[in-house]
Design a protein around this ligand. Structure first.
Ligand code: C2E
Ligand code: CA
Ligand code: CA
Ligand code: CA
Length: 280
């Protein structure tokens, strides 16, 4: 029994140290990738129905590994970047690249729509973020109203009191602020009244249940009604089927983002979409 116990012990510590090794390798590779700028952005359209007009785009980071050429999705490295603090530099690079690209498209005469970037609050550093927004807008010459920052509801809730000041400062700069993954953050609704956001993004988990699940329909309707009352734009995430899009419109949500209307694509491909101005 003693032998077996020891065996099990080393088996589990083996798994744990393997995970730690893996994490350290990812951290090391991420540091290198940041210095090397081995990242690129994929852009996904936000559209307004029924016309299908493109009203915005979300910039989503991708890592192209220089060793294997493999493209790594953010779900596989954002958590490590958050744990190690590398996320701050990564988000800064993303914001700069998204604004540079948006400005380049504008200069090329393409129809201009706002670009949204995701900013992690895992390392909450409002002064640094504000300074970076100012610098990015100055460097790229992009006007502030074309930049939107998405914060997840859950991360904002973690910093509920101090986030208020951050949001106010961003708004003062003229940048738009959206609440991402709305409905999953377990936060008090009072903060929606206190803060001044521009948009709420209904989490994909609620959209998935449409049109048949009455509970999900009720939640979506409640969010749309609240967004209207508070004068926020409301965008449904993860729309994959026509039936979902129809239900959303019936519930009063006309702006959406999902595979149905366009997957995230690299800049060159997105430019063609932007030129058309609509996904219809
Ligand atoms: P998110 O901000 O909620 O972004 C939406 C995610 O849903 C994207 O995954 C997008 O590709 C995916 N998606 C869009 N439409 C559909 C759909 O119809 N069905 C399904 N199943 N999925 C859809 P992606 O690009 O893998 O990003 C995952 C998450 O990683 C993002 O979720 C965001 O939290 C994070 N992320 C991405 N880029 C950045 C970044 O630059 N900085 C930070 N801090 N986080 C980022
Ligand atoms: Ca987002
Ligand atoms: Ca989201
Ligand atoms: Ca999400």
């Amino acid at each position: 029994a003693k032998e077996a116990g020891r065996g099990r012990y080393s088996y589990f510590t083996g798994i744990m140290s393997e995970r730690a090794d893996q994490r350290m390798r990812t951290e090391h590779d991420l540091r290198f990738a940041l210095a090397n700028e081995d990242f690129f952005l994929a852009y996904q359209p936000k559209v307004r129905l029924p016309e299908g007009r493109i009203t915005g785009m979300e910039a989503l980071v991708r890592w192209r590994r220089s060793d294997t050429g493999e493209v790594v999705p953010p779900g596989e490295f954002i958590p490590v970047a958050e744990e190690t603090g590398l996320i701050v530099a990564l988000d800064e690079w993303v914001m700069h690249e998204a604004c540079r690209q948006n400005r380049a498209w504008q200069d090329a005469g393409l129809p201009q729509v706002p670009v949204s970037v995701n900013v992690s609050l895992a390392r909450f550093d409002p002064e640094r973020l504000i300074a970076h927004v100012r610098k990015t807008l100055a460097d790229t010459g992009m006007a502030p109203q074309w930049l939107e920052i998405e914060f997840t509801e859950s991360q904002m809730f973690t910093h509920l009191e101090r986030a208020q000041e951050l949001i106010a400062q961003l708004k003062a700069l003229g940048v738009q602020v959206a609440v991402d993954d709305f409905g999953t953050g377990y936060s008090s609704l009072a903060y929606l009244v206190r803060y001044k956001f521009d948009a709420l993004k209904i989490d994909r988990s609620f959209v998935q249940g449409l049109p048949d699940d009455p509970k999900h329909s009720a939640i979506v309707q409640a969010i749309v009604g609240m967004a209207r009352a508070l004068d926020y734009r409301v965008i449904a995430e993860g729309v994959e089927t026509c039936a979902q899009a129809d239900a959303l419109q019936r519930h009063g949500c006309h702006e959406m983002q999902g595979f149905l209307h366009g997957r995230p694509v690299a800049a060159a491909e997105f430019a063609a979409l932007l030129q058309r101005g609509s996904v219809a």
